[in-house]
Design a protein. Structure first.
Length: 199
């Protein structure tokens, strides 16, 4: 992002014949990078604040729910371990807030943490296994799902060996789920494990 300037005035160090003099490109680049970093930081803060406010005020209630209690917990989306204050009513997670006194997150969390409650309360969350039958998704029992999936996996392993299967992780699962995912692959007999963030 080099800038150039034509000096035409007469004086000390001036160029009178109209030649272009290039200014220090590092200054312009450094300024640009500082401005970009500041913009990204402010955008991140604004998005997190907006999403946290959305998660906290999802129902429009400003006061606590009747008979609810605050439970300090840890965000499960990654290994950082940011703090969340969950409001629980009758065993149901109804609202969340940032744990202001948490030593790791220091009163903040990312946009995934701000929406952590959606993993539990979203209407789009699957609550039972589904199978596509004649082009339409239908509910099936847990026993049927386990029987069909395990039979297909064992058949695949018998025909093509354990390395025929690849286990791909996700940033939308908890650290504990990622651990079990890796353990299952090891017991299956393969090292074909990766994570979607590396792909």
């Amino acid at each position: 992002m080099a800038r150039s300037k034509i000096k035409t005035s007469s004086g000390a160090g001036a160029v009178s014949d109209g030649r272009r003099v290039t200014l220090n490109p590092k200054v312009a680049r450094r300024s640009f990078l500082k401005l970009s970093a500041a913009t990204a930081a402010l955008t991140g803060v604004a998005m997190t604040t907006r999403m946290t406010a959305k998660a906290s005020a999802a129902t429009g209630k400003s006061g606590p729910y009747m008979g609810s209690k605050k439970v300090k917990t840890i965000c499960t989306y990654c290994a950082v371990g940011c703090g969340i204050e969950a409001e629980v009513q009758n065993g149901v997670w109804v609202r969340q807030d940032i744990a202001q006194d948490h030593p790791v997150s220091l009163g903040s969390h990312c946009c995934k943490g701000a929406g952590a409650i959606d993993m539990v309360t979203s209407e789009k969350r699957l609550k039972q296994p589904m199978k596509r039958v004649n082009g339409k998704w239908t509910n099936i029992s847990w026993d049927q799902a386990m029987d069909e999936i395990s039979a297909k996996l064992l058949d695949l392993r018998e025909k093509d060996g354990p390395d025929a299967l690849h286990f791909n992780g996700s940033a939308k699962v908890s650290t504990e789920m990622a651990y079990l995912h890796r353990k299952f692959a090891a017991f299956w007999g393969t090292n074909n494990v990766d994570h979607q963030a590396r792909i």
